[in-house]
Write a protein that binds this ligand. Structure first.
Ligand SMILES: [Zn+2]
Length: 181
């Protein structure tokens, strides 16, 4: 985060284990998946992040917040499983290989839960590429290929421009080592 801009990494779902509340055969009512998880702190309570259709009426988390962008490290459910609840005006970035995999899953009926329509142009995935930082307000975010057991695994580095100078990047890594450029 810097000033009035937020840059977030990943928005995942816990992978259920034998003792979790939300495990098979328990099924949350359609439309209540997020609000039920928020109630038991099984989803992060981040203001201004979620589409109002996924929240309880008058939930203060629905209040608008500062400009935000979300970057997905890789298409495993514990990193991307809540992305379908993102507000329509929050861009969601990922590697092209990750986007292709998520689209293939969607075509095969494995659609991410939530109201967001990733097949619509305005709310679709946006690709992030090494060597082409994405500008989010004053923050530049660059994707890096990393090693993981799924296509499109990414680390990101982010920094804020200062006086026209290239930012000293902060690095977010996921499992594996960030590649060099
Ligand atoms: Zn993973």
């Amino acid at each position: 985060m810097t000033g009035d801009t937020r840059v977030l990494l990943d928005l995942g779902l816990d992978i259920p284990t034998g003792r979790d509340l939300f495990r098979s055969p328990a099924a949350l009512p359609p439309g209540r998946e997020l609000s039920a998880r928020l109630r038991v702190r099984a989803a992060p309570a981040i203001p201004g992040l979620y589409d109002l259709d996924g929240l309880d009426p008058a939930d203060p988390l629905g209040e608008p917040a500062e400009p935000t962008a979300v970057f997905i490290s890789h298409p495993h459910i514990d990193h991307v499983g809540l992305a379908g609840f993102l507000r329509a005006d929050i861009p969601a970035y990922a590697a092209p290989e990750a986007i292709a995999l998520l689209r293939a899953l969607d075509h095969g009926g494995e659609t991410l839960p939530g109201p967001r329509d990733f097949s619509a142009a305005a709310t679709s995935w946006r690709r992030a590429d090494p060597g082409h930082p994405v500008q989010v307000g004053p923050v530049a975010v660059e994707r890096l290929d990393v090693d993981h057991d799924v296509p499109g695994a990414s680390g990101y580095r982010a920094g804020a421009w200062s006086c026209g100078r290239r930012p000293p990047f902060l690095t977010w890594a996921v499992s594996g080592r960030a590649g060099s450029r």
